[in-house]
Write a protein that binds this ligand. Structure first.
Ligand code: ATP
Ligand code: MG
Length: 300
């Protein structure tokens, strides 16, 4: 079952939250595929990089067994299985190679809304429902709290209402699911996002070279995603106040605005997040007509 040495095989989620963004990211690295009829395997056409479409929980194990070389999976799943291996006395067999900037969420501890939260010690002797028993056990152990971990594979957030548990430890992005179940988050165990996972040791032979190529292209693709073109106008004398607000930008282009006034137009390629707060600061510093545009491609 082990893959041929001259092709790189990447496991991604077949369907679910990470499936489409993972494919889109790989496609933006210039990869394309021919899909098999059972839709479980995609044969790489532009590069010798094939995809295996699987359940996300299977991805770390597939890397450990050498069935796949790399995988795209949530850090939450990867670390849970890494902790589980460690608890079972098995050596590390996969690790995070690179964070990918999508699928963001956190693993949070949540308690009923009417609890006055005083800290982890309050969990002593309580039942906590989770799909992440190894991560939760490690967190409790670090805090010397003895609690009962109730392992559920899904619908964790309704466990307290069903009387199965007193608290939960679950993935949260907006918090609306917790709120709908009268729960409130009180601690974050892990900040998670989708990651490129691979073996502990670098890959060798042709697959190593393909993996290096892919990592370089990912670097470029992720940089473009974060990059934005910022455009605005201002009077020339406020320019020295605008530039310090663009610390992550390439040296901006400054043009004279037609019509005889002392106005300038400024164009800056920003490599970090251009937040509302930053736009408001620029406006306060004298910028007008602020516009933020996505970058489709870049070649320098
Ligand atoms: P599979 O059928 O492949 O096992 P799944 O139901 O386990 O799918 P999804 O619900 O698709 O998995 O979530 C996949 C990953 O998406 C999670 O492991 C997590 O890293 C990430 N994620 C981002 N936001 C959330 C969220 N609000 N709830 C759950 N997972 C989230
Ligand atoms: Mg899953």
């Amino acid at each position: 079952l082990s893959p041929p040495r001259d092709r790189l095989r990447i496991a991604i989620q077949k369907s679910g939250r990470l499936a489409e963004p993972a494919r889109a990211l790989l496609a933006s690295c210039g990869l394309s595929w021919r899909e098999s009829r059972d839709r479980l395997f995609c044969y790489g056409e532009t590069l010798a990089v094939d995809l295996l479409l699987v359940r996300d929980d299977d991805i770390p194990g597939l890397i450990a067994e050498g069935v796949c070389d790399l995988g795209i999976v949530g850090r939450n799943v990867l670390l849970e299985q890494a902790h589980d291996r460690e608890r079972g006395g098995r050596p590390p067999a996969f690790r995070e190679w690179r964070a990918l900037g999508f699928g963001g969420c956190r693993l949070a501890l949540a308690v009923p809304e009417d609890w006055a939260w005083e800290g982890p010690a309050q969990l002593r002797g309580k039942r906590i429902a989770t799909s992440y028993p190894a991560l939760l056990a490690a967190w409790l152990r670090e805090r010397a709290v003895e609690a009962e971990v109730v392992v559920l594979s899904g619908s964790v957030e309704i466990a307290p209402r069903l009387g199965q548990a007193d608290a939960v430890c679950d993935l949260v992005s907006t918090g609306s699911t917790l709120a709908a179940n009268q729960l409130k988050p009180v601690a974050t165990l892990l900040e998670s996002e989708a990651v490129l996972a691979g073996p502990v040791q670098p890959l060798e032979d042709a697959r190593g070279e393909l993996a290096d190529l892919l990592l370089r292209r990912l670097e470029g693709a992720l940089r473009i995603r974060r990059s934005k073109l910022l455009i605005c106008q201002a009077s020339r004398e406020v320019l020295p106040r605008l530039l310090p607000l663009l610390p992550d930008a390439e040296p901006p282009t400054v043009l004279r605005v037609d019509g005889g006034s002392d106005d300038i137009a400024l164009q800056a390629l920003c490599h970090g997040a251009v937040t509302w707060q930053r736009l408001e600061e620029l406006k306060r510093a004298g910028a007008r007509g602020l516009m933020v545009l996505p970058v489709e491609g870049m070649l320098s």
